[in-house]
Design a protein around this ligand. Structure first.
Ligand SMILES: CC(=O)N[C@H]1[C@@H](OP(=O)(O)OP(=O)(O)OC[C@H]2O[C@@H](n3ccc(=O)[nH]c3=O)[C@H](O)[C@@H]2O)O[C@H](CO)[C@H](O)[C@@H]1O
Ligand SMILES: [Mn+2]
Length: 395
């Protein structure tokens, strides 16, 4: 039988094969066309991955930013490529859709000699060292800095510090103690946001560390200064921090370091237990309780009460967090609402629905004047500096 232009013929491969060997030149033409189609198909398959990357490049908001923003122009071509590559890696390997902590690359460590962990002798039995979602709660005795320093080598940590109006008086002690205790042995950029650049003190810095002064506007009310930190961190993350540092640590300035704070705190996203509430029931947390607010948390929800004074993570995650909190605050403002504890209320809401991958114990945020130190608090690493509110706030 000669295969004609029979529209009723089933167009499946089995039909083509039965007719094929005895077929006419038309059949040969069919074969050639089929082969050509197959070739095209396979060449597309091989091209798929690079094409996908190109698509990611042109679609990712950060990539748009790199094309649009003049801020990124001073970067050299090489640095530009590295940044883009890093963004692409993050975007493709840990994309929005399948983002999961376990997709991170495990760093290689050199040979190290250290005491072996004892499975039947937990180093801490007096405190909770793990959240129900398997995030470590960082207490003294639970980690070995030598291993962590090896895992986190060659990274740069950015620290955002706001010193607006009179709060510049806290900078000297903050920076001096940070040089003594914060991320010693690692590269650090202190980003000082201030409206008074002339009042930023000169503090001697270790090698690989610098103070970057970022001049920003002030606000009349202290609450507005606190809340607008989210907006400014989010904007600068996109414009600068993404290209300059790996992690961001966002800290209050009316504080000082009094013991080691190292890379054990670093994680894609971390929050700190507020020293006033770490042992409290969720019902007594000072979350925002008005359902109309974007910071609302019902009384039967809540893991911990996190402090507004110390949080951080990868630049990408801190960008997500601060942008979301700023959006939420703007939505509240539009309805005439201000959350009970300002940015801290919004931070708590965000961290309830985006569980942090590490939680810092109150060792990392304490107030010696307000609280009596319990025996299980072996170290006080970052502590409040007494401040006269009337003297400092709104001035
Ligand atoms: C320990 C803790 O959880 N602290 C939080 C708590 O307040 P605090 O009572 O500790 O607030 P605060 O007066 O320290 O203000 C927060 C921070 O904003 C900056 N600042 C503020 C006012 C100003 O005029 N200039 C200036 O630079 C400065 O970095 C300061 O450390 O509640 C605030 C919002 O209600 C923030 O969530 C703080 O992080
Ligand atoms: Mn404070």
């Amino acid at each position: 039988m000669i295969q004609g232009p029979d529209n009723s013929a089933p167009s499946n491969p089995a039909f083509l094969s039965t007719d094929f060997w005895g077929g006419s030149s038309k059949s040969w033409l069919c074969l050639v066309l089929l082969l050509a189609a197959c070739l095209g198909f396979y060449s597309n398959i091989f091209n798929l991955i690079p094409r996908w990357e190109q698509r990611e490049e042109s679609q990712s908001p950060e990539a748009h930013h790199l094309q649009d923003q003049p801020d990124s122009l001073p970067l050299s071509q090489d640095k530009h490529t590295v940044v883009l590559h890093r963004l692409l890696l993050e975007k493709t390997e840990v994309s929005e859709g399948d983002c999961h902590m376990d997709t991170c690359k495990i760093p290689e460590v050199p040979r190290l000699v250290y005491p072996k962990a004892q499975v039947l002798q937990p180093t801490r039995t007096d405190v909770l060292v793990m959240t129900p979602w398997f995030a470590p709660i960082v207490w003294d005795g639970t980690f070995d800095s030598a291993i962590l320093d090896a895992q986190f080598r060659n990274i740069t940590i950015g620290m955002t510090i706001f010193a607006i109006k009179k709060y510049t008086v806290f900078l000297k002690l903050f920076l001096e103690t940070a040089e003594k205790y914060f991320m010693v042995g690692h590269k650090v950029n202190y980003y000082v946001f201030t409206d008074r650049p002339a009042d930023v003190p000169q503090v001697p810095l270790r090698q690989g560390r610098q103070v970057v002064v970022l001049e920003v506007r002030n606000y009349r009310r202290w609450q507005d200064v606190c809340m607008h930190r989210m907006e400014m961190i989010s904007n600068f993350s996109r414009q600068r921090f993404l290209h300059e540092v790996d992690y961001l640590v966002c800290a209050d300035v009316d504080m000082k370091f009094s013991d080691r704070v190292g890379v054990e705190i670093l994680a894609p996203l971390f929050g700190t237990l507020h020293p006033g509430f770490y042992a409290a029931d969720r019902g007594s947390f000072t979350y925002e309780r008005r359902a109309l607010s974007q910071a609302y948390i019902p009384r039967d929800e809540g893991d911990f009460y996190y402090a507004g004074a110390f949080f951080g993570g990868s630049v990408l995650e801190v960008h997500r967090l601060t942008a979301a909190c700023h959006q939420a605050m703007m939505a509240d403002w539009a309805r005439g609402l201000e959350a009970v504890w300002h940015d801290e209320s919004h931070l708590n809401r965000y961290l309830l629905y985006h569980k942090p991958s590490k939680v810092l114990s109150p060792e990392y945020l304490w107030d010696e004047r307000m609280l009596r130190r319990p025996p299980y608090l072996r170290k006080l690493r970052y502590v409040a500096v007494p401040k006269n509110h009337a003297e400092i706030r709104n001035r």
